[in-house]
Design a protein around this ligand. Structure first.
Ligand code: 1CP
Length: 344
């Protein structure tokens, strides 16, 4: 721990610099597919892990040590900064985040407070500082994007269609903007605090943004994302924007002041580049392939790497998170393959 030379391959790829091999990490690389995580989870609730720097740092390090990935991602949830702003949120096993007091009216929007991260979330800063002493790979901080956060806040929990969320956006555009502004401030303050504490890159998860059409994204979402990434640019650390099913938004994302775009399997790396994307790209293996025989997985990974490696600024990842049924040995083999295949 800590003695190994620092591996900055991931940070170099974010900056589109030459790298000795393609760096890799996996969204949701810490979690229920790991027997060690499930063991720890028997003792603590999700937020008990999150609030305890020693345990949280241990869970964050687990995939780095087990899989050999080139970056760690802070163990937390996109819901973590919502508790202190007045959201009653619980993480329910097998379901996900459930909100006790969903947003229904403008009064509900108005009652959301701002955060003072140092005061409200001191354990996040403590965990990050601890991890920086322990890790020999970069630490990625993260937050949820306002649309994806508001989908939980308005629906009250996970959703498939986001009707209530988009219904609110169309019916109450001013209230929607007020909600976006509040959540943008939370995201900026929270990520700036993570960076000040030692996070070396940050990813903004907009998991459910693919449900919004391009015109509506321009009108209702893009100004908020522009504000967030403009504020983060001042910190100097690389920023990553992830969305699933969001290929139709790439031409708009290309104009945001963000460094890396994280894409899923619905668009090829080379097709994304053909759209004129000059930013670094991250992705885009379909996580379901983790359940396929190794030969199939290898073929898929090779095809992605051949496209990704064609120019600097590429990070291997899944197109969405690792899921509980995935297995550790398949991910270990995949990580080794990515390193071996791309070594120059
Ligand atoms: O290694 C890591 O990536 C772990 C840290 C992490 C991250 C980056 C967790 C822990 N959650 C997240 C982000 C997150 N949380 C996202 C964005 C990424 C994505 O789309 O997968 C989203 C949408 C959530 C919301 C959430 N929290 C869900 C999804 C629910 C849905 O709508 O389908 C779930 C299941 C959670 C709970 C959660 N968060 C993290 C873990 C390990 C878990 C499982 C909880 C448990 O142990 O009971």
């Amino acid at each position: 721990m800590g003695q190994k030379p620092f591996n900055d391959t991931f940070l170099k790829a974010c900056r589109r610099e030459e790298v000795p091999y393609t760096p890799v990490w996996y969204m949701r690389q810490a979690g229920r597919y790991q027997p060690e995580y499930r063991e720890i989870r028997k003792q603590y609730s999700f937020f008990e892990i999150n609030d305890n720097p020693e345990v949280c740092a241990k869970v964050t390090r687990l995939p780095v040590e087990q899989l050999g990935v080139d970056a760690a991602i802070l163990f937390a949830d996109i819901m973590t900064p919502l508790k202190p702003i007045g959201v009653d949120v619980d993480i329910v096993p097998g379901k996900g985040p459930m909100i006790g007091n969903p947003i229904r009216t403008v009064a509900d929007v108005n009652r959301l407070r701002a955060i003072a991260p140092q005061r409200d979330l001191p354990f996040i800063g403590d965990t990050i500082q601890l991890l920086r002493e322990q890790l020999s790979v970069p630490l990625i901080g993260f937050a949820g994007a306002p649309f994806t956060l508001s989908s939980y806040l308005i629906e009250g929990g996970p959703s498939k269609d986001y009707h209530k969320t988009k219904g609110f956006m169309y019916a109450y555009p001013e209230e929607w903007q007020a909600l976006m502004d509040k959540l943008a401030d939370v995201t900026i303050d929270y990520l700036t605090y993570q960076i000040a504490s030692g996070a070396q890159a940050v990813q903004v998860f907009d998991s459910w943004i693919g449900s919004v059409g391009a015109d509506d994204y321009e009108a209702y979402i893009a100004p908020t994302m522009e504000k967030i990434f403009t504020a983060l640019k001042a910190t100097g650390v690389p920023t990553i924007y992830f969305g699933s099913g969001a290929a139709h938004l790439l031409p708009i994302w290309n104009h945001l002041p963000v460094d890396v775009l994280s894409i899923d399997w619905r668009i090829d790396i080379q097709a994304a580049r053909a759209l004129g994307i000059e930013k670094a790209l991250q992705g885009n293996l379909d996580p379901s392939t983790l359940l396929a025989p190794w030969e199939f997985l290898e073929k898929k990974a090779k095809a992605i790497l051949d496209q990704g490696m064609a120019q600097p600024g590429y990070i291997f990842n899944l197109g969405h998170g690792v899921f509980p049924e995935a297995n550790v040995s398949q991910l270990q083999r995949l990580t080794k393959f990515i390193h071996d295949y791309t070594k120059k």
